[in-house]
Design a protein around this ligand. Structure first.
Ligand SMILES: [Zn+2]
Ligand SMILES: [Zn+2]
Length: 483
């Protein structure tokens, strides 16, 4: 007796299958598996960040066969959107990875850096275990530089606003998302039986008015939308209010002889903070206090910024043309060297230190925290999102003591947070972007947000617009039939 499948009663006009493989009911690990128009592809391939089980989650097999994929389409170069690419390639993927040109350039520094961090973490763990007389042979880095290089060799740059054919039925288009250099909303059009259906993935939606970057692009047509919801339940401080608060925090800390530590992503956020510090330094408001960008990657990132001035907004483009580089001012020191970085910890002089990474889960910022978190004169100033389970989140949430490099440290430094620096649109920014759709999409999935935030945003959009919204769980699958 053979198995005979139930026949489909009516021909479907189009069909799309989506499996949510990351950033579903949480912020990190962005990855969505799609089958449509005769293709299998994923949108993003990000790293899970935060939580004791992050290593296990990242090493777990993908819920699809990497070797069966036809494409990877990337929204932007943040690690929570690209950080599992080396694992994907190790799992058998060998086809094209498409992204905008600036994203391709940024991937080269960010993925190599990520591999470097993985190798360093493993080396550190091995050292610690051996010291304790334990077996360390099982410790392996999540991935190596060689894995990252293999993934990078598959990257291919595309222009904004151009239809890129993926096969006879499917095209993809990258629209500026204004989130970081090269960031994009992805528009995938599937033509079947002369009917076009559109899948739109917001990627991370930027803030309108962010220095240097253009604004996010409203999109007119979509049948299915995946929209991020990181800040879907709150409003950011206004830019001017934020600038005033920033100035106040900085000057108060310097006045009491402390240091300001700013955990920051090397790409995007660091440049934005320099943009804010620039007028303070040039007007003498910093009193000659040195500002250190302690990140070799930030130097490389700044070079990439300079290379892609064609993607700048009009203000930044005009500044550059007039010869005033907004990313340079007196007192600014770019620290590449490790010894120089260590010397910052010994110095007692008040200063401002901007170091990666933004969530304090790795990088030089951990060393600075270790040396400065116990001194009440200092301020730890958060200017970006802190994912659950990260060291940054623990400190921001008011932990009395935290573990850094295996040792407990009391938190005596002041802790402050400025949400307005976020590279993400707030609730109203997301609603503004969604208002671009001229007719209601058939389905809207709130992704890339913590569960309660995503639900609050889903409910708000359902109430305000009457759209069918939902919050997918990790691993959830949907079959979309259009009629
Ligand atoms: Zn991002
Ligand atoms: Zn993101």
């Amino acid at each position: 007796m053979g198995f005979s499948p139930t026949p489909i009663p009516f021909p479907r006009v189009a069909l799309m299958f989506i499996r949510f493989c990351g950033a579903a009911s949480e912020v990190t690990g962005s990855c969505y598996y799609i089958e449509a128009g005769g293709l299998k592809f994923i949108l993003d391939c990000g790293l899970f960040q935060g939580g004791d089980d992050q290593f296990e989650r990242n090493t777990a097999p993908f819920p699809f066969d990497p070797s069966s994929l036809d494409f990877v389409l990337l929204s932007h170069a943040h690690i929570d959107h690209i950080g599992r690419l080396p694992l994907l390639v190790r799992g058998g993927f060998a086809k094209r990875i498409l992204a905008t040109h600036p994203t391709v350039d940024l991937c080269h520094i960010l993925l190599r850096d990520s591999a470097h961090i993985q190798e360093e973490d493993a080396a550190w763990k091995i050292k610690r275990l051996r010291k304790q007389g334990e077996d360390a042979a099982w410790v392996k880095p999540l991935y190596t530089l060689a894995d990252a290089e293999r993934a990078l060799s598959l990257l291919e740059g595309v222009d904004y606003d151009v239809d890129v054919p993926l096969n006879d039925n499917v095209t993809a288009r990258w629209r500026d998302a204004g989130h970081i250099l090269g960031s994009a909303h992805l528009e995938v059009s599937i033509t079947e039986k002369h009917v076009v259906r559109r899948l739109v993935f917001s990627g991370d939606v930027g803030n309108r008015g962010t220095p240097i970057l253009r604004d996010p692009t409203p999109i007119a047509e979509a049948d299915v939308v995946l929209v991020e919801s990181t800040y879907g339940d709150r409003l950011h401080e206004h830019r001017q209010q934020r600038a005033a608060l920033f100035r106040q925090i900085v000057t108060q800390t310097l006045d009491r002889g402390g240091k300001v530590l700013i955990p920051s992503f090397a790409v995007g956020r660091t440049q934005e903070i320099l943009y804010e510090l620039n007028p303070l330094a040039e007007r003498g408001l910093l009193d000659g206090t040195p500002v250190y960008v302690d990140s070799p990657m930030a130097v490389s990132a700044t070079e990439i910024f300079k290379k892609h001035t064609a993607t700048y907004d009009t203000d930044a483009a005009a500044l550059m043309r007039s010869g005033d580089n907004p990313l340079e001012f007196p007192g600014l020191h770019l620290v590449r060297d490790v010894e120089e970085s260590k010397a910052l910890n010994e110095s007692r002089q008040p200063c401002i230190i901007i170091a990666a990474n933004g969530m304090c889960s790795a990088g030089r910022i951990k060393h600075h925290l270790k040396h400065h978190i116990g001194d009440p004169r200092n301020t730890i100033l958060f200017v970006g999102f802190q994912a659950q389970g990260t060291l940054g989140r623990l400190i921001k949430d008011g932990a009395k003591q935290v573990r850094i490099f295996g040792e407990m440290h009391p938190v005596r430094a002041q802790v402050a947070a400025l949400d307005g620096f976020s590279a993400h649109a707030d609730r109203d920014g997301l609603l503004w972007w969604l208002a671009g759709f001229r007719r209601p999409p058939q389905r809207v999935f709130m992704v890339h947000g913590e569960e309660d935030v995503a639900h609050a945003f889903a409910q708000l959009v359902a109430e305000q617009k009457g759209w069918l919204t939902s919050v997918p769980k990790l691993g959830e699958e949907v079959n979309l039939h259009f009629s």
